[in-house]
Design a protein around this ligand. Structure first.
Ligand SMILES: Nc1ncnc2c1ncn2[C@@H]1O[C@H](COP(=O)(O)OP(=O)(O)OP(=O)(O)O)[C@@H](O)[C@H]1O
Length: 432
């Protein structure tokens, strides 16, 4: 009979296996370290018994001299276990964030780009990793979402990520590795206490455990509780946000200002999350909320890395910051797909009143006039006001000119706003 630690670990894998769709592969994220090597060894047994297809993926970050030996170890282990291995080399760009975070982002991007839709990826994180993640989040002052740490299971771009051993203590994995006489690579950087996580692991958690022997399990439990609370709260907030939505990526700022401050904070953070934007740091968020009742004409813009919030006509807009536009003007035959500095125009001209006169495309300069069917000559400025288009979007409109006449106004890539009398634009269909 298998010794107790192996039994527990094997059972958790069988449970995880029972939840994966039949006919799809299970992938093990194999770093070459103890935990993921053990995961691969026991996953190979579980998948063989259940007649399931197992694969492994190793990401080579190329960050340290030892990277090649990790890769070699993974290759060797997969050959011995007869598990197909995919190795992906990534370039880690640590600009603007720590090297650990940049490596993690590059790794997850590579996982999702490599693993076919519908397959499942198993990661070897355990309870101690979860406790560290919780503490790191608490030390950053995170809200519920951050404190929830790593979920047992999560869907990402149609790939399911599962951590079957999230409830298992590291010591149990070490004991199991000993029983199996497993071989793995020790990552020399794991001892480097200049990294926050390593400092927690080697200095802080041992001190906590000395006074509170179950500290790791308790912290991991708090993460689970935070995750549950976050999931329920998210449902309520999504429903409340729905009532505030005034259009895509915008909500009613004056209705938001009627809410209590804590509610406002949560609603803005949730809106950011829904739009895949980073949430604002506390001071930026407070500054934004202080201005919710700004006068209709005031141009309020609060920025933080990766996102900005704007208030306009009592509506709150959240978006990715625009890059400043430099001047641009090109001549155009009306047929060739036109690439603007902010993407493809998406339209072509099917017919013109004066086909011989050349066209040019440019940003809206101000002062344009367009002759509209049945409406006569109209100032573009007035039309934009009537259309309720925010000022920052007005600056990014492409106007098609023929001589001094504006014959079309497009918001790239999809929206044709106006076409002049006698002119017909048609939508470009993307090549199959
Ligand atoms: N380079 C990598 N290639 C593939 N998977 C990885 C890689 N690095 C980490 N992982 C996956 O993410 C999990 C957590 O990563 P973490 O950096 O905490 O672990 P590790 O110390 O590198 O390795 P291990 O958890 O195997 O001891 C790993 O258990 C493994 O499943």
């Amino acid at each position: 009979m298998a010794p107790q630690p192996l039994n527990t670990l094997q059972r958790l894998l069988n449970d995880a296996l029972a939840e994966t769709p039949p006919g799809r592969s299970i992938w093990v994220a194999l770093s070459g370290g103890l935990d993921s090597c053990l995961l691969l060894a026991l996953a190979a047994r579980a998948c063989e018994q259940a007649d399931r297809h197992l694969r492994a993926i190793h990401i080579n970050h190329g960050l340290q001299a030892a990277a090649q030996s990790f890769e070699a170890h993974c290759r060797d282990m997969c050959v011995r276990l007869n598990v197909p291995l995919t190795v992906v080399n990534v370039t880690v760009d640590a600009q603007g964030e720590g090297i650990e975070g940049a490596a993690r982002n590059a790794r997850y991007e590579a996982f999702l780009a490599t693993i076919p839709t519908g397959d499942t990826l198993w990661l070897a994180q355990h309870q101690d990793d979860q406790a560290e993640t919780f503490l790191l989040a608490a030390l950053r002052g995170s809200g519920l979402r951050g404190l929830a740490g790593m979920p047992y299971r999560r869907e990402a771009q149609s790939t399911t990520l599962v951590r079957p051993w999230l409830s298992v203590h590291r010591a149990e994995l070490e004991a199991a590795a000993g029983l199996l006489e497993l071989r793995w690579c020790e990552d020399p950087t794991n001892q480097d206490i200049r990294f926050d996580r390593n400092r927690l692991r080697h200095r802080i958690l041992p001190a906590l455990r000395e006074r509170w022997p179950t500290a790791v399990a308790a912290l991991a439990n708090s993460a689970t509780n935070a995750g549950d609370a976050d999931a329920v709260l998210s449902e309520y907030l999504a429903a409340e946000l729905n009532e505030l939505v005034t259009g895509e990526g915008q909500i009613d700022a004056s209705a938001l200002s009627q809410r209590s401050r804590p509610r406002q904070r949560l609603l803005v953070r949730t809106l950011c999350q829904q739009q895949g934007l980073p949430t604002p740091p506390q001071k930026r968020l407070e500054s934004l909320l202080d201005q919710l009742n700004a006068k209709a004409g005031a141009a309020v813009c609060v920025e933080w890395p990766g996102a900005q919030a704007r208030l306009w006509r009592q509506r709150l807009y959240l978006m990715v910051p625009f890059e400043a536009l430099s001047s641009w003007e090109v001549s155009w035959d009306g047929q060739t797909p036109l690439e603007t500095p902010i993407g493809p125009l998406g339209w072509q001209v099917a017919s013109l009143q004066e086909p011989s006169q050349p066209l040019r495309a440019t940003w809206r300069q101000g002062g344009e006039v367009i002759q509209l069917p049945k409406r006569g000559r109209r100032d573009l400025k007035r039309l934009l006001q009537e259309a309720d288009m925010p000022p920052w979007e007005r600056q990014r409109l492409v106007v098609i000119m023929q001589g001094e006449a504006c014959i079309g106004v497009v918001c790239p890539p999809a929206q044709l706003l106006w076409q002049a009398e006698g002119v017909c634009f048609t939508r470009l269909t993307s090549p199959a």
